[in-house]
Design a protein around this ligand. Sequence first.
Ligand SMILES: [Zn+2]
Length: 216
Amino acid sequence: MKAFERLLLENKAWVEEKSTQEPEFFLRLSKDQRPDTLWIGCADSRVPAEIIVNAQPGEIFVHRNIANQIIMTDFNSLSVLQYAVDVLKVSDVIVCGHYDCGGVKAALSKQSPELVVVNKWLMHIKDVYRLHRDDIENYATDKEKANRLVELNVIEQVVKLTHTSIIQQAWRQHNRPVLHGWVYGLDNGMLKQLIMLPPDTPIEPIYQYTETLLAS
Ligand SMILES: [Zn+2]
């Protein structure tokens, strides 16, 4: 059986299982979504957001990309953020990275001639390395350095969220969401909290929007 055929079969089995457990399951979900949480994670197949926190459909609004990045020219992640914060009114945003991340490891290497587009995406992680070079180079092995960059990359993305008008406006007007940075261990399945920024967290002045803009 081909991989995609197995997926379609598994889908049928899943529909049956869910419908048996709760006959109205799909009818209920088809009406509305009210997730409390936005999850920004890595696209890595081993870090499936809902599965590792045992969440059900409807609980988490999910965006995943290579190495869980928020990039200010990326309308994809910013649109997800705006919709989650302004329309779904989520109470929490979680950026979740993972140790042994292929994207982060690639960012610590030379640029690959075959991956000209991916190189550009990874450039932002190279910037995180440059910002924290002294911290990262304190670690002895390449694995430890990469894993420290994984942590710092998560923290940087959480801080970067505070630089968006979306978060600044929601913090001032609605006192939410709380921002979290987590990291996942592929070898033990555990999540670790790295940073948590509540809505009253000071933002460096050069990144602050003026009151006038946020009032509009
Ligand atoms: Zn990854």
